[in-house]
Design a binder for this molecule. Sequence first.
Ligand code: PRX
Length: 651
Amino acid sequence: MQSTYLPPSAFSARAAIPDMDAYHALCAHAERDYEGYWGMQARANLDWQVPFTRVLDESEAPFYRWFGDGRLNVSYNCLDRHIERGLGGKTAIIFEADDGAFSHVTYSGLHARVCRIANGLRARGVGKGDRVVIYMAMSVEGVAAMLACARIGATHSVVFGGFSAKALQERIADAGACVVITQDEQLRGGKRLPLKSIVDEALALGGCGSVKHVVVYQRTGGGVTHVSDRDIWLHDLMADQPERCEPEWVGAEHPLFILYTSGSTGTPKGVQHASGGYLLWAALTMKWTFDIKPDDVYWCTADIGWVTGHSYIAYGPTAVGATQVIFEGVPTYPDAGRFWQTIERHGVSIFYTAPTAIRSLIKASDMDPAVHPTNYDLSTLRLLGSVGEPINPEAWLWYHRQVGGERCPVVDTFWQTETGGHMITPLPGATPLVPGSCTLALPGIMAAVVDEAGQDVPDGQGGILVVKRPWPSMIRTIWNNPKRYQASYFPEELGGALYLAGDGAIRDKDTGYFTITGRIDDVLNVSGHRMGTMEIESALVAHPLVAEAAVVGKPDDTTGESICAFVVLKKDRPGGADATALAQELRNWVAKEIGPIAKPREVRFGDNLPKTRSGKIMRRLLRVLAQGGVVTQDVSTLENPAILDQLAKAV
Ligand code: PRX
């Protein structure tokens, strides 16, 4: 029997969901009256300009509609309603800059900024349904730009600032954006990195004729090229704009944003989220999973370029009127005590980060005891969260003991870009915790483990993670590609009605707790960043010397997985220094094609790849080789078994 950690009684006493009885009561309500349950939540947690009369429309399943005839505005729910209730002077954002300077922005101040950006965009003809790409680093302006789009009904697509010009261009073109909002440069770990010049490069690649304006936030004052009639400084766009802006009231199903993420095949998918259902879940999970209270100081270390930064920075915390820290920098600058120092400095009470960051800070504090969390006053912390990848029990225990002083529950939140918000997670005041398990599905989320035919498997037996009923914050479609939406998430093999998460899972026989066993498709998770093997392979074969490539993940103590690429060249296989140099060139090439996060850790060259007689690459063998193992599996179907010896050797 694994150790369990019970919620501290003082925590439960104040918690939104104080015990398992309350949790089961909510689950039972959802089971008994699914629409009644969700309708009640949507009325209780959001302000509607026009109330909805219908909760769920399944007539075009799996294209579900939630609260379809209701009207609302997301930015109104995140800003105005708090101010109307007297919270205008409350700090919305504590911005902690890379260099350690910090500033506070109140809800009224954020509202004014959002309205001025919204008015500036409107003045340039941007309105309901237009797409705006945001390519910015962590900043108040980045969040304000997202909320400004929501205010005028424009659909934003945030592209992570680490993506290359080519990756940015593909996203701008697919979204058909009319405006790109960016900044001159970003500051990370004391370094200045360009953003605006990458936008220039992306637009020069072509296919972006839809873009009429590039709005540039001046962060560093670094020199940028100015294209007249196209480029405008954010401060000029905002100048003379009033601090009030009438919200665009939109239907609940209006697309709030598109966020590109990797799938197992083809190009990145534009995951499209709706307004009402998405915001409902962002707000409600802030209350349930994070047990947010008016006096909390909340800090999520994610980037707005990922879904965590959407739901748990831009929208969730503001929807519930919370005070949050927004951090521009990196965990290791000026030293690896930065997270703990920032928690101490701002009195953070709820902290949400990724296992990769925890693992790297464990290593750093082993090497330099001065940056160990126990050197800092972390007594304000009351809750810790983890997201993006499985958290191994060792990292969980260190987080719980060394950061949380054994008094803070740890919520291991399982969810995805497509799910919009948390799906399977402990409730900090109720759920007994088991390190390494994300425990139970939230009330109303009908998660299950099934076999390849879509039939339930018994607890204790691993299978495929699915969700049996639609839920309000789910993906609505893949932008420009509804067929791919249906095929990827509601495959016929599972009967066409189950949402396929793409992960394997197993439920504990005694507790019913879920443990996620990892992706069941060709998606890698490197430092919590999701990447498709196909995307990296396509980038490699775009290099003039590469004939063929296969990419697999290799387990890594810090980053979860690392990328290992097997490459066949159009010319002879290189050796010695030539191989090392070419491997480095290919790594840099991938960084340029996709972004530095997609760089293979290792590149190996072979005369061929292991293939079946029908020509299929046998990736499972490559996975064994990448880990330095010896292939013991049956290789009788292999066309060219001799190739394994060659590929077993690293460069
Ligand atoms: O494999 C799961 C893993 O991350 C995938 C989703 O990645 P993305 O859409 O980028 O969203 C990340 C932030 C929500 C999932 O399919 N994953 C996410 N959270 C966990 C996890 N795996 C295990 N445990 C988690 N808590």
